[in-house]
Design a protein around this ligand. Structure first.
Ligand SMILES: *[C@@H]1O[C@H](CO)[C@@H](O)[C@H](O)[C@H]1NC(C)=O
Ligand SMILES: *[C@@H]1O[C@H](CO)[C@@H](O)[C@H](O)[C@H]1NC(C)=O
Ligand SMILES: *[C@@H]1O[C@H](CO)[C@@H](O)[C@H](O)[C@H]1NC(C)=O
Ligand SMILES: *[C@@H]1O[C@H](CO)[C@@H](O)[C@H](O)[C@H]1NC(C)=O
Ligand SMILES: *[C@@H]1O[C@H](CO)[C@@H](O)[C@H](O)[C@H]1NC(C)=O
Length: 556
C-alpha cells in the first residue's frame, strides 16, 4: 500500500506501510508510561526479503512426503542459508538505507535474512516515518512500542518483509490451567489427576520405551516472563518419575533464566516433555527477547536461524489471534517454519484453549483462529480428557481444545481429503458464516489436556489444564519415535503432517465424542465443532497409541 506520510508537519516523504493490516492499538492490560526520549536506545529487527521461497516450499514437500525418493533428505542450516539468503541487491539497498540514517550497530544471523540493529529512538523514528515510540507497562513488565503504524522509504519497501519490535506487544500473560471447574464437571467426584504414570499407561508406553540414541534431543520454548526451576523438575521426577528411566536435569538452557518464582507453564512444559520423551536430552529456550523493544517469539525464530545444531522436536504454547497479526508477518514466520522443516526439525504448537474462539464484529460473530496454530507448516496439538475420571479408559474432547479453519492460509494439499470427509459427513456443523472451509484446518492430533499434576515452587499442584499440557506430551512421544529411527539409521521425522495425514489415523486413538467452545450467541450457543470418526477440527486424528504409531512411522 502506498502512502504519503506527514513528517513533522513537512510534506511529504514517499513511503510504504509494510504491515498495514497489523493491529496497532495497545492491547488490554498495558498502560502508557511515557514517551521514549530521543536518545534512548532501541533495537529493531529487519526481516529482509528471502530468495527461493517457492523452491523451499517444493523442497519441504519432497523431504516430508514418505512416498518421495527425497523423503528425509534434509538440509543443513548452511544449505538452507545458501538458498534463502537475500540477494545482493536487497542487502545493498537495506544497508545503504540504514547507513544513510547513521545506523551501524547491526547483527545478522547465519541465514543472513534478519538484521538486528540498535539505534536511538530519534533515528528509529526518522527511519520509520509514522512510528512514535513509547514505554508501556503491564504488571512488572515494560516494553517499548510505537503508538502508530510505521512506513519505510519506497527504496527499501520491496526488500523488507516487516520490521520487528515496533507494533506487536508480547502475548497476554495467560494463566495455564482453567481453574478447576468444580464437581459439576465430573459428577460429584474428584478427579485423581494426570501424572506421567497415567499418560504412559494410556499411551501404551512401557518401562523400556525411553530414549537411548546418541544425538537425540528435544526442546520446549517459553516466551513469557516464565522460568522453570531445576529443583521443581527434580522434585517432580522424585514424586512421579517412578517406573521409567528419565533425566532429572535439563541438558541445556538457551537464554537467560530469570530469578523469582517459577512459572506454572514453564514447569508444566519441562516436566511433561521429559516424562513422555523420557531419557532424552532436553533443552529449554527461555524468555528470549529481554530488550524492551524485542518481540520474544520473533527473537526465538532468529535464534533457530543462527544455531546449526538444535533439537529435533520443539514444543511451543504460544499463540495470537490470527486477525491481530499482519499477513506479511505471518507469511514470513511460515517461511521460518519451512526452514526448520527442511532441516528435519518438528515444530509442535498448542492449538489454544478457547475452542473455536469468538470474534465479535459489528453485525455478527465469527470464530477466531489463532496463529501459529493455523500455520500449514507446523503440527498443531489439541486436547482431550478421560471419559471416566477414575479410569484410564478412552478419551473425549476437552471442551477448551482449540481448533478450526484459518482465514489467511489456504488448505494445504495434505489435508484436503481428510477435511472434506469431515465436512461432508458431520451433521452438527456450525453455520458456515462463522468459519472459512477453504482455510488450513487444525489441530492435527491431540493428547490429554485436563487435570495434570505439576510441581512448581516445590509444591505439587493439581488441576493444571490446557493444550500447553498436551503439546509437550506429544512432543516427547515423537522424540521417542525419532529415537527408534536414529537407532535404525533413519533420519528424523521432520515436518510430520504430510506423513501423518497419509496414515489416516493408524497408530492413533480416534476421539469421537464431545464438542468444543465457541461464541455464546443465539445461533451457536457456545458450541463450535464436534469430534467425529477420523479427522476432526477439535482433536485432529486423535491421540497417540505409541506402539502402533511407532510401527507406522519407523519403517522408512
Ligand atoms: C548470530 O551468531 C553469531 C555468532 O555467534 C553472533 O555473532 C551474532 O550476533 C548472532 N546474531 C544475532 C542476531 O544475535
Ligand atoms: C512484581 O514484582 C514484585 C517484586 O519483585 C513481586 O512481589 C510481585 O509479585 C510482582 N508482580 C507480578 C504481577 O508479577
Ligand atoms: C494399547 O492400549 C489400548 C487401550 O488402552 C489397548 O487396547 C491395546 O491393546 C494396547 N496395545 C497396543 C499394542 O495397541
Ligand atoms: C552426533 O553429533 C556429533 C556432532 O554433531 C557427530 O560428530 C556425531 O557423528 C553424531 N553421532 C551420531 C550417532 O549421529
Ligand atoms: C477464507 O480463506 C481464504 C484463504 O484460504 C482467504 O483468501 C479468504 O479471504 C478467507 N475469507 C475470509 C472471510 O476471511
Amino acid at each position: 500500500m502506498r502512502v504519503l506520510v506527514l513528517l513533522l508537519g513537512v510534506w511529504l516523504v514517499n513511503g510504504e506501510y509494510l504491515e498495514h493490516d497489523q493491529v496497532a492499538s495497545v492491547p488490554e492490560g498495558w498502560h502508557h508510561a511515557g514517551q521514549v526520549a530521543p536518545q534512548e536506545e532501541l533495537e529493531l529487527t529487519f526481516a529482509l526479503k528471502q530468495q527461493n521461497v517457492d523452491r523451499l516450499k517444493q523442497l519441504l514437500q519432497l523431504v516430508s512426503d514418505p512416498d518421495s525418493h527425497q523423503y528425509g533428505k534434509y538440509l543443513t542450516l548452511e544449505e538452507v542459508a545458501s538458498l534463502v539468503r537475500p540477494s545482493q541487491l536487497t542487502e545493498k539497498a537495506v544497508w545503504t538505507w540504514l547507513r544513510n540514517h547513521g545506523v551501524k550497530n547491526c547483527r545478522t544471523v547465519l541465514t543472513q535474512d534478519f538484521l538486528q540493529c540498535s539505534m536511538t529512538a530519534e533515528v528509529a523514528e526518522a527511519l520509520l516515518p509514522g512510528a512514535e515510540f513509547h514505554h508501556y507497562k503491564r504488571d512488572n513488565q515494560t516494553v517499548i512500542r510505537s503508538s502508530a503504524q510505521y512506513s519505510v522509504h519506497s527504496d527499501v519497501s520491496q526488500h523488507l518483509d516487516f520490521v520487528g519490535g515496533v507494533l506487536r506487544f508480547p502475548q497476554r500473560r495467560k494463566e495455564v490451567g482453567k481453574a478447576w471447574t468444580g464437581p459439576s464437571r465430573s459428577g460429584n467426584s474428584v478427579h485423581l489427576g494426570v501424572t506421567p504414570a497415567t499418560l504412559r499407561a494410556r499411551y501404551n508406553l512401557t518401562a523400556a520405551d525411553v530414549g537411548s540414541a546418541a544425538n537425540n534431543s528435544q526442546a520446549v520454548a517459553q516466551f513469557l516472563e516464565q522460568f522453570y526451576h531445576p529443583a521443581d523438575l527434580a522434585e517432580f521426577m522424585s514424586l512421579f518419575g517412578g517406573g521409567f528411566k528419565h533425566y532429572t536435569k535439563v541438558d541445556r538452557v538457551v537464554g537467560k533464566q530469570g530469578g523469582g518464582k517459577a512459572g506454572l507453564e514453564a514447569s508444566l512444559d519441562v516436566e511433561y516433555i521429559m516424562s513422555s520423551g523420557a531419557n532424552i536430552p532436553t533443552w529449554v529456550f527461555t524468555n528470549p527477547g529481554r530488550h524492551e523493544t524485542q518481540e520474544p517469539f520473533l527473537q526465538w525464530m532468529l535464534l533457530l536461524s543462527n544455531m546449526s545444531a538444535i533439537p529435533w522436536v520443539h514444543t511451543i504454547s504460544y499463540g495470537d489471534d490470527e486477525d491481530s497479526l499482519s499477513t506479511a508477518y505471518m507469511n514470513r514466520i511460515n517461511n521460518e517454519f519451512i526452514k526448520a522443516g527442511l532441516r528435519g526439525i518438528s515444530m509442535l504448537f498448542a492449538s489454544g484453549d478457547s475452542g473455536a474462539g469468538c470474534r465479535h464484529l459489528s453485525k455478527e460473530n465469527v470464530f477466531r483462529p489463532s496463529f501459529p496454530a493455523s500455520s500449514p507448516y507446523v503440527t498443531t496439538v489439541g486436547g482431550t480428557s478421560f471419559k471416566n475420571p477414575f479410569k484410564i479408559t478412552y478419551e473425549v474432547t476437552d471442551y477448551i481444545s482449540g481448533g478450526g479453519f484459518s482465514n489467511v492460509f489456504e488448505m494445504p494439499d495434505y489435508q484436503v481429503s481428510a477435511v472434506s470427509n469431515y465436512l461432508k459427513d458431520e451433521k452438527l456443523l456450525p453455520p458456515v458464516s462463522y468459519y472459512n472451509t477453504s482455510g488450513r484446518a487444525y489441530p492435527d492430533m491431540a493428547a490429554l489436556s485436563d487435570n495434570y499434576w505439576v510441581v512448581t515452587n516445590l509444591v505439587p499442584i493439581p488441576w493444571v489444564s490446557g493444550t500447553s499440557a498436551s503439546t509437550p506430551v506429544v512432543g516427547g512421544i515423537l522424540s521417542l519415535i525419532n529415537d527408534q529411527r536414529f537407532l535404525k539409521g533413519l533420519p528424523s521425522l521432520g515436518f510430520l503432517n504430510p506423513r501423518l495425514y497419509k496414515l489416516k489415523g493408524t497408530g492413533l486413538f480416534d476421539v469421537t465424542e464431545g464438542c468444543h467452545l465457541s461464541c455464546l450467541d443465539d445461533q451457536v450457543e457456545g458450541r463450535g465443532f464436534c469430534a467425529a470418526a477420523s479427522w476432526d477440527p477439535v482433536t485432529g486424528w486423535g491421540t497417540p497409541n505409541y506402539p502402533a504409531l511407532l510401527a507406522a512411522l519407523v519403517e522408512n
